[in-house]
Design a protein around this ligand. Sequence first.
Ligand code: CTP
Length: 438
Amino acid sequence: MSPARGPRVVLGVAGGIAAYKAAVLLRELTESGHDVTVVPTAASERFVGRATFEALSGHPVATDVWTGAEQVPHVRLGRHADLVVVAPATADLLARAAHGLADDLLTNVLLTATCPVLLAPAMHTEMWQHPAVQDNVALLRSRGVTVLEPASGRLTGADTGPGRLPEPSEIAAACRRLLGSGARRGDLAGRRVVVSAGGTREPLDPVRFLGNRSSGRQGVALAAAAAARGARVTLVAAHLEVPAPSAVHVVPVGTALELREAVLAAAAGADAVVMAAAVADFRPATRAESKIKKSEDPARDPVVVLERNPDVLAELVATRSTGTGTGTTSAGGGTGARGPVLVGFAAETGDASGSVLQHGRAKLARKGCDLLVLNEVGEGRGFATATNEVVLLGADGTERTVPESSKDVVADAVWDAVVPMLTAITPQVPETPETGAP
Ligand code: CTP
């Protein structure tokens, strides 16, 4: 990699309607410092003209091996790339890549690339689910190629289903992950993890609720990072402002009580649970059946009485220490002594009674989890200013500061801290098969 120029990325674009989204991905990659050369297929030029890619990348664009042949582009591009990403990857492109065809520049680049390769498929649901396509995907994955799951949703026509190209921001995050984390690839393979994300809403009446400002971005980044590292991920999602990653199982929830139920159910058999959600500590003691109205007499305006919500993280810790409740877990190793690795989040401010770190350490001890992701808020630091750092506090006394970073980087740092804990307390091969009786 050339640090002066930023990571070199080859962006392949195959001939599907989603090719227009490749321009957005290209923009995102170049703006974050990547040096991108676009290699479209001839068919993709029916959707997006090469001038768009040349202007946005600052590099000439070719589809065949004959243009600029004196520079042997089919070998040079693949050999010098730090990452090759193809978005969209059509059924035809997947087939040609899987079977080693070399009939245009992009397939030649795929054969000469020694760097990580990421394919983002997009096609109609029937095509994606066809055994021929699935076999090609399996073959590519068996060779170490990262093939993203397509998103579900509206396709080109009126039909909906799996086959949509994941959002360009999601593909860009997957690119960054592959570029930055060669050693991390697959280190969560065979693991089942649960991530809670977003903010719960506690209804007052049919139209009003008590909520919080959590967008769910950090939890979504954690889920995406875990999936990219090979885990099977359940994302318990409370009112996300961002789309959930396509490769995870999403359980939508509304209130803290619903979140509790979903997290405890998913935690059974999980290797790690990361509680990134902002769970309301209180809910209105009563929920009005109809909209609460003003009364004639202001003195008779309603007073909201709050009731405490259960502390889900504390419950997970308690369940783990008694070895009950969340069922048999691979992390328990059959002894019942330990359950999943438990990670909490805390947004704290320093005050007269202690510094942020002191409050974080106290919360870690109080909660009894294995890792606390501590986020300083207030005093000019916080969500709006993005000047906060994250400190990872381990129950074993370890402390790691992640300097001001994107949520993807924080997510990988959290999993970096979790992975050794998994090795220490869980058998690599679960003692109880997940699919059947012992
Ligand atoms: N949490 C939870 N259940 C709750 C509240 C919080 O599981 N009812 C989890 C959060 O998801 C987070 C961690 O606990 O991972 C810490 O959340 P925080 O609100 O900081 O903790 P509290 O114990 O509520 O502490 P405080 O009194 O400082 O609000």
